[in-house]
Design a protein around this ligand. Structure first.
Ligand SMILES: *[C@@H]1O[C@H](CO)[C@@H](O)[C@H](O)[C@H]1NC(C)=O
Ligand SMILES: *[C@@H]1O[C@H](CO)[C@@H](O)[C@H](O)[C@H]1NC(C)=O
Ligand SMILES: *[C@@H]1O[C@H](CO)[C@@H](O)[C@H](O)[C@H]1NC(C)=O
Ligand SMILES: *[C@@H]1O[C@H](CO)[C@@H](O)[C@H](O)[C@H]1NC(C)=O
Ligand SMILES: *[C@@H]1O[C@H](CO)[C@@H](O)[C@H](O)[C@H]1NC(C)=O
Ligand SMILES: *[C@@H]1O[C@H](CO)[C@@H](O)[C@H](O)[C@H]1NC(C)=O
Length: 484
């Protein structure tokens, strides 16, 4: 025992996450059985929030207690939540279901063992992979990641609830900057990870689309969350009445997936969805209670022509003449500060614009630049991070309260620069302080991790589809569901 899964990016994170998790666990009456979650010591830093998955810190769910101790007044006080009342679920289980769940959990137990072993043999690659072997400092622990990835390919089973009609369910648009929502929903439905037998599933997918709910249920300018939240609440009512799985874990082994900004708020429609379920969200704003120990960041990816065609690749570092580039509307305070300090200046090395002149290509500028700023807009997510990685520009994450995608396996600091809004005045100084040698390393690692952000039709191993599933898989490995 006592092995952590991935080396935590900054131990500071545990000071933030762990008290929250313990508090939540206490609220929920979750039994933290054999091992409790341990904290590494460091100073807390809100900017450094990211997650590492600790397999030793497995939380065991004991539903009856869980349910009995969850009181209405302990639910998050956010708009809408207080209006939703849920009775305590009754646990009804047959012997058969018990043993099926037991089998699923026993399988996961073996996987945890295999990952722990890979983790302790971190410099000893005992198995080969003709396609790709994760290596190097861009991963917290390449061999633990490799092992859990391979185990996912072998075992992971997702049950997709059939209830619901398109376009609100089982469908979302695959176009525009939120298109990853539609792409993922569709790919999950047709993927080999899908099982038609809910008794064998590790996780249960709630196939509603927040983008579609906003498009079809929301009445423009009505400022009413109610109808949208009811769509989600009614859906979960339906599946929790028809099937035993939601009540069994109070949603902890269920996941939703959405790129729309409103998804976090809409997820408050059902307290257990908000507090327990795995929420796969582009809007991964920890200030809006995105919880990296159970939620998953979905990268926002903009494919103007629906595919990656023409987006991948860019010149080598020596052919990048601009130090740092950004162009985009002044949405939100970070961009305002950025423009005020650096916008439209005479310094040819620092190209910060609101709008580019018509004869200047946006992608062309990314390819010409060493560093590309990826600032928050109105919300934390933006497609710029992935655009920069696609085109070989080192991303500069200028976001507060954001959890970068795949932080559970990727060490972002090794291939990206992380800044806070307070660093904006020193932008040039900070980037100039990165030596050419260091820059070349970072850029090369960016090219290496690019595969994890690529969108393929059909999906390819280690691409963004598989990485998102892998993040969900890790969240599932971190809990145990028990019948009684
Ligand atoms: C993970 O859990 C184990 C045992 O509970 C503990 O020894 C270890 O320090 C933890 N690691 C992290 C990163 O919290
Ligand atoms: C993250 O934390 C480390 C120390 O734990 C610190 O050196 C670094 O400046 C922090 N980064 C940010 C962006 O706050
Ligand atoms: C789950 O719990 C809800 C609320 O208590 C209840 O209405 C429903 O019948 C339960 N579902 C099953 C399958 O027992
Ligand atoms: C790697 O591990 C295997 C089995 O765990 C062992 O047989 C082998 O000697 C190890 N190799 C190295 C280089 O440590
Ligand atoms: C764009 O047009 C302006 C004049 O309108 C010109 O000064 C500038 O050099 C052009 N830039 C490029 C990259 O062609
Ligand atoms: C993140 O959440 C906080 C708290 O709701 C909010 O103030 C902020 O505007 C959100 N978005 C960004 C980009 O920080």
């Amino acid at each position: 025992m006592g092995l952590m899964y991935y080396r935590p990016p900054s131990s500071a994170v545990w000071l933030i996450i762990v008290p929250l998790v313990l508090l939540a666990a206490w609220y929920l009456g979750v039994q933290s059985s054999k091992n409790s979650i341990l904290v590494l010591s460091s100073q807390p830093s809100a900017k450094n929030v990211t997650t590492s998955t600790n397999l030793s810190a497995t939380v065991e769910f004991s539903p009856p207690k869980f349910a009995a101790e969850l009181k209405k007044d302990q639910l998050p006080k956010q708009d809408g939540v207080d209006h939703v009342t849920r009775k305590e679920p009754q646990m009804i289980f047959s012997k058969k279901k018990l043993s099926n769940l037991g089998r699923v959990e026993a399988g996961l137990g073996k996987v945890r063992g295999a990952i722990r072993e890979a983790q302790s043999n971190s410099n000893n690659e005992t198995f080969d992979d003709s396609e790709y072997v994760p290596r190097g400092p861009c991963y917290w622990n390449p061999s633990a990641f490799h092992r859990s990835y391979i185990e996912m390919e072998k075992h992971f089973k997702i049950y997709v609830y059939e209830k619901g009609e398109p376009p609100v369910f089982h469908y979302s648009s695959s176009e525009g900057i939120l298109g990853i929502e539609g792409i993922m929903i569709h790919q999950i439905e047709i993927s080999k990870f899908r099982t038609n037998d809910p008794e064998k599933a590790h996780v249960y997918f709630l196939p509603f689309s927040v983008f579609s709910i906003v498009s079809y249920v929301y009445v423009v300018d009505s400022h009413q969350w109610g109808p949208m939240k009811n769509t989600v609440a009614d859906y979960i009512d339906g599946i929790s009445t028809k099937y035993p799985y939601w009540n069994r874990s109070l949603g902890s082994d269920h996941f939703m997936l959405a790129c729309h900004d409103w998804a976090p708020e809409i997820s408050t429609a059902v307290p257990y969805l908000y507090k327990n379920s795995i929420r796969v969200l582009c809007n991964a704003n920890t200030s809006e209670r995105f919880n990296p120990s159970k939620d998953v960041t979905l990268p926002e990816i903009y494919l103007p022509q629906g595919t990656m065609k023409g987006l991948i690749g860019g010149p080598s570092p020596s052919q990048r003449s601009v130090l740092v580039f950004h162009a985009g509307g002044i949405h939100g305070y970070i961009r305002q500060v950025l423009m005020e300090k650096w916008g439209n200046n005479d310094d040819q090395e620092v190209q910060i614009h609101e709008y580019l002149p018509k004869n200047v290509s946006y992608y062309g500028m990314i390819r010409k630049s060493k560093f590309c700023i990826c600032p928050s807009g109105w919300e934390v997510a933006s497609p710029r991070m992935v655009e920069a990685l696609y085109m070989g520009c080192v991303p500069v994450l200028l976001k507060d309260h954001y959890v970068a995608p795949f932080s559970d396996v990727l060490n972002w600091k090794s291939f990206a620069v992380e800044m806070t809004s307070n660093d904006i005045p020193n932008l040039k100084k900070i980037l100039m302080a990165i030596s050419q040698k260091q820059y070349i390393k970072m850029q090369k690692r960016g090219l290496q991790v690019r595969r994890h952000f690529e969108v393929n039709f059909p999906p390819k191993r280690y691409d963004v589809f598989h990485m998102i599933l892998h993040s969900i898989w890790l969240r599932r490995l971190n809990i145990q569901v028990r019948d009684t």
